[in-house]
Design a protein around this ligand. Structure first.
Ligand code: NAP
Length: 284
């Protein structure tokens, strides 16, 4: 990347992933410009155009991420996760900028019995997943240079996530039922940020899957968490169908990350490594 091509804007830069990504880019000396609600609403075309300005790389971490609420707020979910992403792509095409966009495993129905590769056909089950899939398609059709990275089962310091929710419930001494039929790879937003930083100078084109290596069920993940932080909590196993939820979730969230791994210097770290470090702050 030439020096005059280094300018980066991060949209959704104060969300869970955006915060860690912006920090990692700063540490690399890339000093991104960071926007988020309330000063920037990506569904406002004028604000979006001003925020993107003449930046040469647009990193989009902004999204409507409430999977349950999306079922009843479909219009808003599609505005943020689809239409606005298309608009980002249009502006990028006009200004010869590149877009790095973050997407999700929820574009799949999770019925495949092996890890998903990028060429597998998506079939989203939920409004959130459908809106994210539509965002990918709109971005891909704008004629801009794009890199879409799908991530899954993320956790970080700056946001609510499955790990924090589990620990909260367990610390309150409430009974805990955890599904054992959803399988994925718990992935730290810091780990994603490090990978993105490695790629950002020479952003590859196309669609990529990124997750920590190895797979685990939600139930075994809960047991790992309680063991590491020393909480005496005994979760009981259940199936996803035992919970009444508005949104249906994919059971298989496993990603095959060979495509992105071939671009990274080191092998992707196993999920246990970052999670163990993250859990230090919760130790009893
Ligand atoms: N968390 C996961 O497990 C997971 C899994 C797979 C993929 N992802 C993807 O990862 C990306 C980052 O998500 P995250 O986990 O960091 O979620 P997050 O913490 O909810 O971050 C999303 C950010 O976007 C902002 N935002 C929402 N609507 C906006 C709008 N109209 N204009 C501008 N900003 C807006 C949110 O602001 P408010 O907080 O004020 O709403 C928030 O700061 C998303 O693309 C998400 O789909 C997440």
């Amino acid at each position: 990347m030439a020096d005059n091509d280094r300018s980066i804007v991060v949209l959704g830069g104060r969300g869970m992933l955006g915060t860690d990504l912006a920090k990692a880019l700063c540490r690399k000396g890339l000093e991104p410009t960071v926007f988020d609600l309330p000063e920037l609403d990506i569904t406002d075309n004028h604000q979006l155009s001003e925020a993107i300005a003449e930046n040469k790389t647009i990193v989009n971490c902004a999204a409507y991420t409430d999977v349950e609420k999306a079922e009843s707020q479909s219009e808003l979910a599609f505005k943020v996760n689809a239409e606005a992403v298309g608009q980002i792509g249009k502006i990028a095409a006009e200004r010869s900028a590149k877009v790095l966009h973050i997407s999700t495993d929820f574009v799949f129905d999770g019925k495949l019995e092996r890890p998903y590769v990028e060429t597998d056909a998506p079939n989203a089950l939920s409004v959130y997943g459908k809106s994210k899939l539509e965002g990918e398609k709109l971005l891909q059709s704008c004629g801009c240079q794009y890199c879409i990275i799908r991530v899954q089962w993320t956790y970080g310091d700056n946001g609510n996530n499955f790990v924090k929710k589990l620990i909260d419930i367990a610390k309150q001494g409430k009974p805990l039922r955890v599904v054992d039929d959803q399988v994925g790879s718990p992935t730290a937003t810091k780990q994603i940020a490090a990978a993105v930083c490695e790629l950002i100078r020479d952003l590859p084109d196309g669609l990529y899957h990124y997750a920590a290596s190895g797979y685990v069920s939600r139930f075994d993940m809960a047991r790992f968490i309680f063991d590491k932080i020393g909480i005496d909590a005994e979760p009981s196993r259940c199936r996803s169908s035992d919970f009444e939820t508005a949104a249906q979730r994919p059971l298989n969230s496993r990603f095959d990350c060979s495509k992105i791994s071939s671009l990274l210097r080191d092998p992707v770290e196993p999920w246990q490594k970052y999670l163990e470090k993250y859990l230090e702050q919760f130790r009893e």
